[in-house]
Design a protein around this ligand. Structure first.
Ligand code: AMP
Ligand code: ZN
Length: 136
């Protein structure tokens, strides 16, 4: 179901125009308006889910299947040297639009972009503490 005030719902439904690369009954893939690199695309499920927590499992699986298809297309057509899949959840993670979307960011040698984090250096004990917290 579409959420009345959600811009990605409206784009996915075709009510707001977009640069569409692909569409089927469940998804629309569009070009990002402010691309990180040439060909930066967004996979949008047509069914509203704010984030990965709300996304039904089946839509999650379908999103990744479509990402695989789109990855082949982007590589074949744009001859990119690499590709980042990025998916932000929550403000703290940089999410600005509260409708689940998967970024596909083609990468080119020396494109000057950064999609990275600063690595830290935990001890074995710290790693074990967090492992236990998550897995036990
Ligand atoms: P995020 O920060 O993960 O929520 O990403 C939101 C992305 O949506 C950003 O890369 C924006 O450039 C992009 N964006 C926002 N509005 C539009 C729009 N109307 N059409 C295409 N891309 C958009
Ligand atoms: Zn929505």
């Amino acid at each position: 179901m579409e959420k009345a005030d959600c811009i990605f719902c409206k784009i996915a439904a075709g009510e707001i125009p977009s640069k569409t690369l692909y569409e089927d009954g469940r998804f629309r893939v569009i070009l990002d308006l402010k691309p990180a690199t040439r060909g930066h695309a967004l996979i949008l499920p047509k069914e509203h889910a704010a984030n990965v927590y709300e996304l039904p499992e089946e839509a999650a699986a379908e999103s990744m299947k479509l990402a695989k298809k789109m990855a082949m297309l982007l590589r074949d057509k744009l001859h990119c040297d690499g590709l980042n899949l990025v998916q932000n959840n929550g403000e703290a993670a940089g999410q600005t639009v509260s409708h689940f979307h998967l970024h596909m960011i083609p990468r080119y040698k020396e494109d000057g972009q950064k999609i990275n984090w600063i690595p830290s250096n935990p001890t074995q004990e710290e790693l074990e503490t967090v492992r236990k917290e998550i897995a036990e």
